[in-house]
Design a protein around this ligand. Structure first.
Ligand SMILES: N[C@@H](CCC[C@H](N)C(=O)O)C(=O)O
Length: 273
């Protein structure tokens, strides 16, 4: 069975998008998702995205990390799906309802409301999420006292002097898999460079270091806002480029940035199932 796909990216965070709005796909297991995402033997991507009919929104967006795990939210893929479908679109995700619309600077997404309660992140036990009383050794120092935020998916945000000096490939997986995060966690290392500017690198749960993470940018922006480090609209610059993040008086986060179609193709489902 031949399946069409669209290869897309948001600031270099790349996706294989399967459009199942008109025709249902065969059952998609984590193993199939991981095989399609494999950069050596599959199509290759950070996340596999499936668009399906929804009872609660215009469409449902399912998100699989390249390790095959299905997850709740993906900011960059939300913009990609918004671009692919076109117009103003509501999307049901495991992390909640979101809404995308065309914008002069690409696609704007209403990402919903952030959560800060320890059991909404979730964390293993009750603690202050504005400065978690934990740390992990790095070189002669430590990465410590992160802000924990859930923006549909779980994030830990560490404020550091220089995100590019953090050995993220080594420390990222240790923090991601620490039992203090029972659902694992996305690891953000960020520097505030002005009242309206943040530099960010992300170790993504289930995907590793990516060029950009939309939910990471949202989580980092609201973490910095909660700490009083920045104003309520900031530019978050990731390795792949900038996103604009605003947190409004109604407690909603809007993320604005580009999305791009790279190419289209097709594959034989039997080669991966
Ligand atoms: N790249 C995404 C986030 C994808 C999911 C994440 N790795 C998780 O496991 O929660 C984004 O742009 O937000």
């Amino acid at each position: 069975m031949q399946i069409a796909f669209t290869k897309m990216h948001g600031l270099g965070n790349d996706f294989v998008v399967l459009d199942a709005r008109d025709h249902a796909l065969p059952p998609l297991t984590g193993d199939v998702a991981a095989a399609l995402a494999d950069r050596h033997t599959g199509i290759g991507c950070d996340q596999l995205i499936v668009i399906e009919p929804s009872d609660r929104a215009d469409w449902r967006m399912r998100i699989y990390n390249c390790d095959g795990g299905e997850v709740e939210a993906c900011g960059n893929a939300s913009r990609a799906v918004g671009l692919l479908i076109g117009g103003a679109v509501t999307l049901e995700t495991k992390g909640g309802l979101i809404a995308t619309r065309p914008h002069d600077n690409g696609i704007a997404v209403d990402m919903g409301e952030p959560r800060f309660e320890w059991d909404a992140i979730p964390l293993g036990y009750a603690m202050d999420t504005l400065a978690m009383p934990v740390g992990w050794p790095v070189g002669d120092g430590a990465l410590e006292n992160p802000v924990a935020v859930n923006v549909g998916n779980p994030h830990a945000v560490f404020f550091v002097d220089d995100p590019y000096a953090v050995p993220l490939a080594e420390i990222g997986p240790l923090i991601e898999n620490d039992p203090i995060f029972p659902e694992r966690v996305n690891v953000n290392v960020a520097a505030v460079t002005a009242r309206d500017a943040i530099t960010l690198r992300v170790w993504e749960r289930g995907a590793g270091i990516t060029r950009a993470c939309g939910t990471g940018a949202c989580a980092t922006a609201v973490a910095a806002m909660r700490r009083g480090l920045v104003d309520r609209t900031v530019t978050v610059t990731l390795p792949g480029g900038p996103l604009t993040i605003a947190w409004d008086d109604h407690n909603r986060i809007t993320m604005t940035g580009p999305a791009t179609i790279s190419f289209t193709g097709s594959f034989d489902w039997g080669d991966y199932a």
